[in-house]
Design a protein. Structure first.
Length: 287
């Protein structure tokens, strides 16, 4: 016995120094915090987009914000009386955040910036529509044996748009079997344009703003088949025009000799929009 410590056995201080500290990623659930935070941000953005989706002119934003505030107040009111509801709220929030994380790919380590970068069009994609448009013009030129491309001034495009609205208002009033329809909704006009692959990047507020910029009156509430929405009323339209609306060609009766006694069925499809509408400019400040 020399009284010296055994060098083969590490001392307590040496053992503490050699013990490796765990990183944050190795701690359970800590590495999921960025995923939860990113998913929560996405949920908040969805809520914000829902609030902004309410039309400001009709007070839709205020109505949605008031409804959200009332729902939050009611939830807190019942949670104070029944504390057990906090577990239900927490479970619902966890399920919502988890669903968003899985559906958007955040659970694979992606972030909100990654999602925005994936949704943003690349330079090649931005150049592709112009190439397709050029090819379409080339094909149209080949089909029409070298016909010149359509050149329309902004005034002519606006006039074509006004004629399209006028024909559809007259069509809706004349073809209504009950005879109590007085116009057409603005979102119906947009659906007709989109069905013909025209102004596909326009929204209903943009179309409504374009109508107002051209002097076409738009009512905030117009009942058609039990549904109230923005629409063009025939009486307002005729008053602004100073004349009766023009009837589309498909509603003009055939007065030829052979067709006098031949009954004709009323047309089922609304008037097709003129091709000049494709070159119409969006209203200023429309988003």
């Amino acid at each position: 016995m020399t009284g010296k410590p055994d060098e083969s056995r590490p001392t307590t201080k040496t053992a503490k120094r050699e013990r490796r500290r765990p990183t944050l990623e190795e701690i359970p659930f800590v590495r999921e915090v960025p995923v939860v935070a990113s998913a929560t941000m996405v949920v908040l953005r969805y809520v914000g987009a829902w609030l902004r989706g309410g039309d400001e002119e009709s007070g839709g934003f205020g109505v949605r914000l008031l409804a959200l505030s009332i729902a939050g107040y009611v939830a807190l009111y019942f949670a104070e009386k029944h504390p057990g509801l906090w577990y239900a709220y927490g479970g619902a929030g966890f399920l919502l955040v988890t669903t968003v994380a899985v559906r958007t790919g955040l659970s694979a380590g992606r972030t909100v910036k990654d999602l925005e970068a994936a949704q943003a069009p690349t330079a090649a994609e931005e150049e592709q529509p112009s190439t397709d448009l050029q090819n379409d013009h080339e094909m149209a030129g080949e089909e029409h044996l070298g016909a010149e491309p359509l050149t329309v001034s902004p005034a002519e495009a606006d006039a074509a748009f006004g004629l399209f609205v006028e024909h559809n208002v007259a069509f809706a009033v004349r073809t209504d079997p009950k005879g109590d329809r007085k116009g057409v909704h603005t979102d119906t006009l947009l659906k007709i344009l989109h069905a013909k692959e025209m102004l596909t990047d326009w929204t209903e507020p943009m179309l409504r703003q374009k109508c107002k910029s051209l002097g076409i009156p738009v009512r905030k509430q117009m009942g058609i088949r039990g549904r109230n929405y923005f629409g063009v009323h025939i009486e307002d339209f005729e008053q602004s025009l100073g004349r009766a609306v023009r009837v589309p060609p498909q509603l003009v009766p055939d007065l030829t000799v052979n067709a006098v006694n031949a009954p004709t069925a009323p047309p089922s499809e609304p008037p097709a929009p003129p091709s000049e509408i494709t070159l119409i400019q969006p209203p200023a400040g429309a988003g």
